[in-house]
Design a protein around this ligand. Structure first.
Ligand code: UN1
Length: 506
């Protein structure tokens, strides 16, 4: 069994191997500093000193932007290439640190670093593809076009559950776009941020660019608030709860800044009578129990056709009974710990409320492995009589609420009748059902999948969702446009001055 002090020692080794400062382990003389802990044991790993005043960090980001924004985009891609190379070198070390600090199983810790590498590859290519359109103009001897220019300083506020990948989706696009970045990571995962920042600074050094183009702020909530309110921050990209987004969005709007929000999800799977049940069960178990239900894309609701619902419940319950729960560092474990006690309380109270609403827990529902010290729970399946308030609420824990339907219209209505709109899926072998689900009259989410659960998206697609999820899109496709400003240009190369709309003047 791993003790907290073993984890502290290992964390120091990993940080050192990645070229990062490992002095976190010592408490400051007055005991102050940001407490860092591991959900594996629930114990304290050490203390980190808060960074300099956010306003000074923004001063440096503004100064760095002046030069960086004038570097040609394909040259800007160079630092991203170096970052990708260094992440390949440190994939196992950084993945392990993610496991220690966020509690992900080893393969998911490494998978998260792989997402960073993937977005770096994407970013290098993107640095030569920041296209603008040329538009036909009504005026003879004129040309109209659009250019995309760097936006400014981007604040990136990230959550504990993807402590490193979310930074990379934002930072890689922002750097290629010519912006500079200030990162405020979750207070629950500052050590992975320290490691990533050290790796980034090595990449900047290798590429011969100013390391201040991407900076890190270690601090509490007030550090994030300072970035939100700073009028020099052009874009605030924030990932976290809907409650957090509700506070951030109006404050940024007040000063006419931009936001890119990735907030709560309440992702569902519709299981049709024609579904391939072997594949469906695997898809559901990964999406619901993987990452201990702590992805914003985790599956939280299953809407199964009444003709197969009993079989599905039996098969899911049997699969759940075999899930190895325990230390994420053991390679056989599939379900690691919840992040902290508050997450455990959320799990317990959601199950209690579901029971009051008439729900029946058919699998899981208990805390296990208490001797490890962290909060480990059995993933739970609750058969619900309907979509009550608790089902409409995102609980960041491995719970699925299972409901049944008789026709697809009813299933889609139930599917969309929640405040969130991140990810969604249908399991079916019927082409008509699949296409209907993907159509405008189907899922209202930013991500809609067929025969794949709602989680585990690749970086090539735009990532994000509608309604209370916040509307932002990160990562692939044309998400880069959020990090740039568009300039529409009309050039008159004639010796006349024809006015648009046929206006005559002078
Ligand atoms: C998140 O949970 O914040 O699609 C992001 C997925 C991952 C990203 C999840 N690629 O599940």
């Amino acid at each position: 069994m791993t003790s907290t002090s073993d984890l502290t020692t290992r964390t120091a080794e990993l940080l050192t191997a990645m070229g990062a400062d490992a002095s976190f382990a010592a408490a400051t003389p007055d005991g102050a500093g940001l407490v860092t802990s591991s959900p594996i044991t629930g114990g304290t790993l050490g203390y980190l000193q808060p960074s300099a005043d956010p306003s000074t960090v923004v001063d440096d980001a503004v100064a760095a932007f002046r030069t960086w924004s004038t570097v040609p985009a394909p040259v800007r891609g160079g630092v991203v290439r170096e970052l990708g190379e260094l992440l390949r070198e440190h994939k196992d070390a950084l993945g392990e640190l993610v496991s220690i600090e966020a509690g992900k199983i080893v393969s998911e810790g490494r998978g998260e670093v792989q997402e960073m590498i993937d977005i770096c590859d994407f970013g290098v290519g993107l640095s030569r593809q920041l296209y603008g359109n040329t538009i036909a103009t009504e005026r003879p001897g004129h040309r109209m076009m659009e250019q995309w220019h760097p936006l400014g300083v981007v604040a990136v506020i990230t959550a504990f559950n993807f402590p490193v990948a979310v930074w990379s989706w934002n930072t890689v696009l922002a750097l290629v776009a010519g912006d500079t970045v200030v990162w405020k990571p979750s207070e629950k995962t500052p050590l992975t941020a320290v490691a990533v920042q050290a790796i980034f600074e090595q990449a900047a050094d290798r590429a011969g660019v100013d390391p201040k183009i991407a900076q890190l702020i270690i601090g509490e909530r007030d550090a994030g608030e300072a970035l939100v309110d700073d009028p020099r921050v052009a874009l605030v990209s924030a990932t976290g709860s809907t409650r957090m987004g509700r506070e951030v969005a109006p404050r940024v709007a007040q000063r006419f800044g931009r936001v890119l929000l990735e907030l709560g999800g309440n992702n569902a799977a519709i299981v049709s009578p024609t579904a391939d049940l072997d594949l469906t069960v695997r898809g559901i178990v990964f999406s619901a129990a993987g990452t201990a239900g702590q992805r914003c894309t985790s599956l939280r609701r299953v809407i199964a056709h009444e003709s197969i619902v009993d079989t599905l419940v039996d098969r899911l319950s049997s699969a759940y009974a075999t899930l190895p729960i325990g230390s994420p560092l053991e390679t056989t474990t599939l379900v690691g710990p919840l992040i902290d006690e508050a997450a455990y309380d959320g799990y317990v109270s959601a199950l209690e409320q579901a029971a009051r609403d008439g729900g029946k827990v058919v699998a899981g529902g208990e805390r296990v492995a208490e001797e490890l010290g962290g909060y480990y729970v059995q993933p739970a399946i609750v058969v619900m009589p309907g979509q009550t308030e608790i089902v409409k609420h995102e609980t960041f824990a491995p719970i699925i609420y299972l409901m049944s339907y008789s026709d697809l219209d009813e299933a889609i209505a139930l599917h969309n009748d929640v405040p969130q709109g991140l990810s969604s899926s249908i399991f079916t072998t019927d082409l008509r059902e699949a296409e209907r689900f993907l159509s405008a009259a189907g899922s209202d989410c930013g991500i809609a999948n067929v025969n794949i659960g709602p989680s585990g998206a690749e970086i090539g697609g735009a990532f994000g969702g509608e309604k209370e999820t916040g509307g932002g899109r990160e990562s692939g496709s044309d998400a880069w446009k959020s990090y740039m400003r568009r300039s529409t240009n009309t050039v008159n190369y004639s010796s006349e001055l024809p006015l648009a709309q046929g206006v005559e003047f002078l």
